[in-house]
Design a protein around this ligand. Structure first.
Ligand code: SF4
Length: 350
């Protein structure tokens, strides 16, 4: 795989960019290239035999291929694997592959660290080091797929690893287009979910991109005071502003948002919280994922009692919501929601 740094990484390069760069090429040529790279795993332009020699040499002048490199794999007792991946400049990110009977889900990262400073999240302790490129985002899927056997290939992708995806909007959108394009990675839009802490302006921008990916909103509180404490971004986009944004978000038929609600003992898990949550969400097509907090050593928060978790869920179900208690995955290897980061603090990367 060529990694000439005077050229651009082909992985993650958008169709629009290629159309502008090679304006005299027929659009189907670009689709042929995508097919070679994302479907057949080709990493050498000279092997693209249905493309003319001239075009292949033009491509080689402009592009190289580069993918994240696996530094380590940590296996969880539940079958999940946490990958530590090294990027071209030495930065490290984590991705978690989680198998179940019906699906193989990859949780990928969109930033090195994060600047949103949610108080229950270990990634926040890193601060934001930098955004990932589209190639580094989709490259996590490609590298990990190449590490897995065919029957374990990724079927679903969640953008819930390190970083706030909508804080890195354009590369995330480019990666999503390649991930879901029939001529590229071919993952159904129904099987891809982007999680956000509720950046209302960016949710509106994302909607204009017309990609129809599932959106998961990390809500985690039912009053502004508590949410300000848990998620400082709430001071900029308070709960009502966020709820209004979701009410106006045009969803395709049969689609609904996912509301993520991390349950923290004594903070947001009371009967009153369940009641307020039902009122907040009553006009929003959604399902609710209740996530008992995954504790880590330096955290001030604790998981809720099982009894209270079930009571919270029962209340929402009685109010006709689809409410699920999400099984924690990879908790024994710090691979669960909000736990990614510790191993990726690389002192050599500034
Ligand atoms: S929960 Fe998400 S948005 Fe909040 S600090 Fe962690 S990675 Fe960033």
């Amino acid at each position: 795989m060529s990694t000439d740094k005077n050229t651009q990484n082909f992985i993650g390069t958008s169709e629009t960019y290629l159309k502008n760069t090679f304006a005299d090429w027929k659009p189907y040529r670009i689709h042929q290239m995508f097919n070679w790279v994302y479907h057949y795993g080709c990493r050498d332009f000279s092997e693209m035999t249905n493309i003319s020699k001239l075009m292949r040499s033009q491509l080689a002048e402009h592009f190289h291929f580069s993918l994240p490199v696996i530094q380590s794999r940590t296996h969880s007792q539940d079958g999940s694997i946490k990958y530590l991946l090294k990027l071209d400049d030495g930065a490290l990110v984590e991705s978690v592959w989680m198998p179940s009977d019906s699906r193989k889900t990859l949780c990928l990262s969109t930033q090195v660290g994060c600047r949103l400073n949610c108080s229950f999240c270990l990634t926040a302790s890193l601060g934001l080091k930098r955004n990932l490129t589209a190639g580094e985002i989709i490259g996590q899927c490609m590298t990990i797929n190449e590490d897995l056997s065919k029957e374990n290939a990724i079927t679903n992708v969640v953008f819930m690893g390190m970083g706030e995806p909508l804080d890195n909007l354009n590369p995330v959108v480019d990666a999503l287009r390649l991930m879901t394009a029939p001529e590229a990675m071919r993952i159904s839009t129904r099987k891809v979910t982007v999680s956000t802490s509720g950046l209302v302006d960016k949710i509106n921008d994302f909607q204009k991109e017309n990609i129809h990916i599932n959106l998961a909103i990390s809500l985690n509180a039912t009053d502004d005071e508590t949410r300000n404490r848990l998620m400082p971004i709430n001071k900029k986009y308070p709960i009502k502003t966020l709820m209004d944004c979701l009410k106006n978000y045009p969803l395709k038929p049969q689609r609904r948002h996912t509301i993520e609600y991390v349950l923290l003992e004594g903070i947001n898990d009371s009967d009153e919280d369940a009641h307020r949550l039902a009122i907040l969400l009553k006009d929003i097509p959604c399902k609710i994922n209740l996530i008992p907090f995954n504790s880590f050593e330096s955290s001030e928060y604790r998981p809720p009692h099982d009894k209270q978790t079930f009571k919270f869920q029962d209340y929402l179900i009685a109010k006709n919501f689809s409410a699920f208690i999400r099984q924690n995955r990879a908790t024994d290897i710090l691979g669960a929601c909000g736990q990614l980061a510790a191993e990726s603090q690389n002192p050599s990367y500034v």
